[in-house]
Design a protein around this ligand. Structure first.
Ligand code: ATR
Length: 474
């Protein structure tokens, strides 16, 4: 068929879709078909990027006709209804063996549902998490595809050609079947929430603890970015803090309303983890911190609540304090990743995915928002011990905790004494100490449950299930 000239297509010409299409077109051997519901966006992209030599389509039938078989199309439209609408239309014009990829931020349970429905037509459906924002889509994102092994055979080489590359390895791997890719992308975003909150707490503690200006703190973050904390988020934090507002001359961070928004993937991570019984407390606190920030009426009504006197917190040695904050940040960050990987392990078990934890850390090293130097350490930890029950117990991270824990405790205590909220720092520390504890007061909770509800308990010294005839029993 002389018109079937494109080997890959993209549906949805908003920013993410057009950037991904341009990325695809820039790679040797690709001819890219493009389609958008309203043709104006397609025309705009065609006009702006003649070098891409896109093959435009005006409707779904024409789009299908321009694609060589097996047809492969990546959907980059508004998540939810938009995605469902495009899938419905594509399944009408595609044939068995063709591949539909959803590159949007879909909830993984939607992806499981869609994969099942599309599979019945003989068409392959792949939910692929794509991280890296607009720039990542254009220059090389981290890609987390799910779907069948058969689809991965065709799709793999294409995705490898457009993904970010670290140490010669493309940041993409077949994560697992059906919704595995979107599940892992969701956890990625959850870790991103925790990482951002931890960095924000570090900034707040340093600013209120030492009186340094945002520009001075930018220098501190820039320096941290040359060490073990090196990461995209630390790097951009320095740039955000250094930014001066053109109209007022103030640090831009002081002009921005302090109410954090969200698009919901952090909430999904926490909801899903609650269902799986996994304590992702660092991620949850990050989500809650955004919610709290966005309650202006409650905050205004609470502003005169009693707090500590201002002398409660003046670090004797500001430089030592800042180093303590750095260590607290590092330790808390390890906890956020450890909790995130726990959720991945639990999800894999629940949904029967064969997820290679070390490979996930590998594909997060480049392209995505949480890219960081220390991800190599996570890959190493799982390579050494694939059955690692908690990431934080890997030898490398045990050493990190040994180095950081005293400073971490001091920082959390200083924050509490000073009345500076550090929910992610302190909840991560509480989680760490909970894991470490020889005995937990959960024994007492079991006693309480047995008392009022005859829920029974187990004993440390013999097998079986026990109930006590409490004096409160009637
Ligand atoms: P952005 O936030 O970057 O604008 P988005 O809202 O996630 O992107 O997605 C917008 C894209 O989804 C657009 O390409 C839009 O098509 P139109 O340009 O025609 O509006 C597409 N989209 C949304 N709903 C759609 C639907 N039901 N069918 C097809 N495409 C749809």
């Amino acid at each position: 068929d002389g018109t079937a000239q494109a080997n890959i297509g993209v549906v949805g010409m908003a920013v993410m879709g057009s950037n991904l299409a341009r990325n695809l077109a820039s790679r040797e051997g690709n001819t890219v078909a493009i389609f958008n519901r309203s043709y104006e966006k397609t025309q705009t992209v065609l006009d702006a990027h003649p070098e891409a030599e896109f093959v435009p389509a005006k409707d779904y039938a024409e789009f299908a006709a321009t694609l060589s078989k097996p047809r492969t199309a990546i959907i980059m439209v508004q998540a939810g209804k938009g995605t469902d609408a495009v899938i419905t239309e594509l399944t009408k014009v595609f044939e068995p063996g063709d591949i539909i990829v959803d590159g949007g931020n879909a909830l993984f349970t939607d992806t499981i549902r869609r994969e099942k429905a599309v599979r019945e037509t003989g068409i392959n459906f792949v939910g692929a998490g794509i991280s890296g924002g607009e720039e990542g889509a254009l220059k090389g994102p981290s890609i987390m595809p799910g779907g069948s092994a058969e689809a991965w055979e065709t799709l793999g080489p294409i995705l490898k050609s457009i993904a970010a590359v670290v140490d010669g390895e493309p940041c993409v791997t077949h994560v697992g079947t059906d919704g595995a890719g979107h599940f892992v992308k969701m956890i990625h975003n959850g870790i991103e929430y925790a990482d951002m909150q931890l960095i924000a707490e570090a900034y707040d503690l340093i600013r209120r603890g030492t009186g340094k200006t945002p520009a001075e703190i930018a220098d501190i973050f820039a320096e941290w970015n040359t060490g073990e904390l090196e990461s995209y988020l630390i790097e951009i934090t320095a740039e955000v803090l250094r930014q001066v507002d053109a109209s007022t001359g103030k640090p831009l961070v002081d002009v921005i309303v302090d109410q954090a928004g969200s698009k919901g993937t952090g909430v999904w991570t926490v909801q899903t983890s609650l269902d799986l019984g996994i304590p992702v407390s660092g991620i949850a606190e990050a989500v809650f911190a955004r919610s709290l920030s966005s309650k202006p009426a409650q905050r205004a009504a609470s502003s005169s609540l009693p707090g500590p006197s201002s002398e409660a917190f003046t670090p004797a040695d500001p430089d030592a304090f800042i180093e303590g904050v750095r260590l607290a940040l590092y330790a808390s960050k390890v906890i956020a990743y450890s909790q995130g990987f726990d959720a991945i392990v639990a999800g894999a078990e629940e949904y029967n995915w064969d997820i290679k934890k070390g490979d996930i850390a590998k594909i997060w090293r480049g392209g995505c928002i949480i890219r960081a130097r220390f991800l190599n350490r996570i890959t190493d930890a799982y390579a050494e011990n694939p059955g690692l029950v908690a990431l934080v117990t890997a030898p490398f991270f045990v050493d990190v905790m040994a180095e950081a824990q005293t400073a971490w405790r001091n920082v959390v205590a200083d924050a509490a004494k000073a009345g500076i909220p550090a929910p992610a720092f302190s909840s991560s520390l509480a989680y760490y100490d909970g894991l470490r504890a020889d005995r937990l007061p959960a024994a007492l909770v079991q006693g309480q449950r047995d008392f009022f509800g005859a829920h029974t308990y187990k004993r440390v010294d013999k097998d079986g299930t026990f109930h006590t005839l409490w004096s409160g029993d009637r």
